[in-house]
Design a binder for this molecule. Structure first.
Ligand code: UT7
Length: 323
C-alpha cells in the first residue's frame, strides 16, 4: 500500500509585519493583553501583489523547487482556504496558471482551519489509488480581508500567509493514520457569512463577510476536541507520546497549545509553536509550521510526526505520518 509522503515544503508570507503595538492604535487593546491571552506578538498582513493565490503560488514554487519536480509534472493542485480572492474560479486554478502546472487538475477545499489536514487525508487517498501522482497541497489565507478591524475580540488573532507541500508516494513513509471529525451543529460558534445571495428571499440579516466568533466556547472546544482526537489516534496505532518526534498543531493560541501539552503530557520541546510570529493563519498555519520545521532540520528520516487542528464547522482531527 502506498502512502502520501511529503517531498518538498514551502511557505510565503506577506512583507508587512503588524505588531501588537500597531494594533493598540486601531482598537482598544494592549500588547500585554494580546500576549498574555494568546501568545501572539505579531502577524503578517497582505498588501498589493499579495492576493491569496499569489501567496499560495509563492509557497508552491518553493515546495516544487525543494521536491525537484517540474511544474508540469504536478497532476493535482489542492488549495485549502476559506478566503479565496474570488469564489469562482477556485484559488487552485489561479495557482495552476501562475506556476504553469498545465497538466494538473485543480480545486479548492474548505474545512476552515482544518483544511490542510483534510487535504492531506484526501491526497493520501489519491496516492493509494494512483501511486504515480504528484500532488501540490497548499494552505493559504488572506484573513485580514475578512476580519472586522473594529472588533478587538477577533482582529488581533489572525494573520495572512501560505504554506505548501509537494506530495509523492512511498510504501514505508508518509501518512500513517488519520482521524477527522465535523460537527455542523456548532457552526455558529465560529463563522463567516458569504456574499449576499442574489435571491432577495434568501438574504439573511448579516453583518457582512466577516469572521464572527464565541472565543471562550471555541477555546474550550479546541482543547477538548484535539485532546480526544489525539488520544484515540495514538491508542489505535499502539503509540504513546514518547513515540512522537514532533507535534505540529494548528497555531491559534499558545494557551490552547499549552493546555494540550499539559493534558497529554507532551514535552514543550516536542510542540512546534510559531503563533507568536504569525498569529492564526487558519488553513495555512500547519504547512507554514511544517516548512519551518523542515528548513530548521528539526525533522529527521522516519520521525513520527503528529499534526492536529480544529476550526470552523466545527472541523477537527489528528494525523500521524512517518517523515
Ligand atoms: O482557529 C480558530 C480561531 N479561534 C480561536 O482560536 C479562538 C479561541 N479563543 C481564544 O483564543 C480566546 O477566547 C480569546 C483570545 C479570543 C479571548 O480570550 P479570553 O481569555 O477567552 O477572553 P474573553 O473573551 O473572556 O474576554 C475577557 C475580557 C472581556 O472584557 P470584560 O467583559 O471581562 O470586561 C473582553 O471584552 O477581555 C476583553 N477583550 C479584550 N481586551 C483587550 C477581548 N478582546 C480584547 C482585546 N484587548 N483584544
Amino acid at each position: 500500500m502506498n502512502h502520501a509522503t511529503v517531498i518538498g515544503t514551502g511557505s510565503c508570507l506577506p512583507k508587512r509585519i503588524v505588531t501588537n503595538r500597531d494594533l493598540e492604535r486601531i482598537v482598544d487593546t494592549s500588547d500585554e493583553w494580546i500576549t498574555s491571552r494568546t501568545g501572539i506578538k505579531k502577524r503578517r498582513i497582505a498588501g498589493a501583489g499579495e492576493e491569496n493565490f499569489q501567496l499560495a503560488s509563492g509557497a508552491a514554487q518553493q515546495a516544487i523547487e525543494m521536491a525537484a519536480v517540474a511544474a508540469d509534472e504536478i497532476d493535482l493542485i489542492l488549495v485549502a482556504t476559506f478566503t479565496p480572492h474570488m469564489t469562482m474560479p477556485s484559488c487552485a486554478c489561479f495557482v495552476q496558471a501562475e506556476i504553469g502546472a498545465e497538466n494538473a487538475f485543480a480545486y479548492d477545499i474548505n474545512a476552515a482551519c482544518s483544511g490542510f489536514l483534510y487535504g492531506l487525508d484526501l491526497a493520501d487517498k489519491y496516492i493509494a489509488a494512483n501511486p504515480d501522482m504528484k500532488i501540490l497541497l497548499i494552505g493559504s489565507e488572506t484573513l485580514s480581508a475578512r476580519v472586522n478591524w473594529q472588533d478587538r475580540n477577533t482582529c488581533i488573532l489572525f494573520g495572512d500567509g501560505a504554506g505548501a507541500v509537494v506530495i509523492g508516494s512511498s510504501s514505508d513513509r508518509g501518512v500513517r493514520a488519520v482521524n477527522l471529525y465535523s460537527d455542523g451543529r456548532l457552526w455558529n460558534l465560529l463563522y463567516m457569512n458569504s456574499a449576499k445571495s442574489m435571491n432577495p428571499e434568501l438574504q439573511q440579516d448579516q453583518h457582512g463577510c466577516q469572521i464572527e466568533m464565541s472565543g471562550r466556547d471555541v477555546f474550550k472546544f479546541a482543547v477538548r476536541s484535539m485532546e480526544e482526537a489525539i488520544r484515540q489516534l495514538l491508542r489505535r496505532e499502539n503509540l504513546t507520546v514518547d513515540d512522537l518526534a514532533l507535534v505540529i498543531p494548528h497555531q491559534a493560541n499558545v494557551r490552547i497549545l499549552n493546555k494540550l501539552s499539559e493534558r497529554l503530557s507532551i514535552p514543550k520541546e516536542k510542540m512546534f509553536v510559531n503563533v507568536d510570529q504569525y498569529g492564526n493563519t487558519s488553513a495555512a498555519s500547519i504547512p507554514i509550521a511544517l516548512d519551518e520545521a523542515n528548513r530548521q532540520n528539526i525533522l529527521h528520516g522516519d520521525d513520527t510526526v503528529l499534526l492536529c487542528s480544529f476550526g470552523g464547522g466545527f472541523t477537527w482531527g489528528a494525523l500521524l505520518m512517518q517523515w
